[in-house]
Design a protein around this ligand. Structure first.
Ligand code: ADP
Ligand code: ZN
Length: 210
């Protein structure tokens, strides 16, 4: 099954994508994680992407489309995959279509802007492996330490409050039109994000079965 997660930054797409990934045994592909890795590694792509992400802007389509083309050609995507954070613009969705990729389900995770702003302030990520946590909703076993690898948890630069507002603005103008793009296909499922991660996951699984 080929699945797309849509939704605002901080809506919890990544968390839900991981649950589905574990259940179905297919990989999650997060363009955000790939970009952060490239920035950390100081690659040419990372150097280009950095100014955009830190300002809360989208990285140019050519760059992310290139990332996705390469990643989807890997062997582990043969039996299906989950896209977390791609497509984020109409041209990106068109690029997927042009690649001949058939999407089975598009899960739109809906969370009101006010709740997003609150969630983002509590979000922490592992400085080493990129695993994601939340001070309230997804606490690590030991405060400030990654469960997966033991490294330190930090706040992402683009989770600063001013940047979050910019990211929400970009979401509404660039990404939200994708709901319309996919709604005609009967593949779009709306999931209302709940306070509780497990409750959201139950709704996500249900949406995938419909
Ligand atoms: P979130 O979903 O929390 O906003 P991500 O980790 O998915 O964050 O992405 C972080 C940043 O990486 C985005 O704000 C953007 O700058 C860049 N990025 C990720 N995916 C894309 C994409 N598909 N198109 C353009 N930029 C992207
Ligand atoms: Zn870690």
């Amino acid at each position: 099954m080929n699945i797309i997660f849509l939704g605002a930054p901080g809506a919890g797409k990544g968390t839900q994508a991981e649950k589905v990934s574990a259940k179905l045994g297919i990989p999650t592909i997060s363009t955000g994680n790939i970009i952060r890795e490239a920035i950390k590694g100081g690659t040419a792509m990372g150097l280009k992407a950095r100014e955009y992400t830190e300002a809360g802007k989208l990285v140019p389509d050519e760059i992310v489309i290139g990332i996705i083309k390469e990643r989807l050609s890997a062997d582990d995507c043969k039996n299906g995959f989950i896209l977390d954070g791609f497509p984020r613009t109409i041209p990106q969705a068109e690029a997927l279509d042009a690649m001949g990729i058939v999407i089975d389900k598009v899960i739109d995770l809906e969370v009101p802007d006010e709740a997003i702003a609150k969630r983002m302030s509590g979000r922490r990520v592992c400085a080493k492996c990129g695993a994601s946590y939340h001070l309230e909703y997804k606490k690590p076993s030991a405060e400030g330490i990654c469960d997966a690898c033991g490294a330190e948890l930090v706040q992402r630069k683009d989770d600063a409050p001013e940047t979050v507002l910019e990211r929400l603005k970009v979401y509404h103008s660039e990404t939200e039109p994708l709901k319309e793009y996919y709604s005609g296909t009967g593949k779009l499922k709306i999931v209302e994000g709940q306070e509780n991660v497990e409750d959201t996951t139950a709704l996500t699984f249900k949406a995938l079965e419909d």
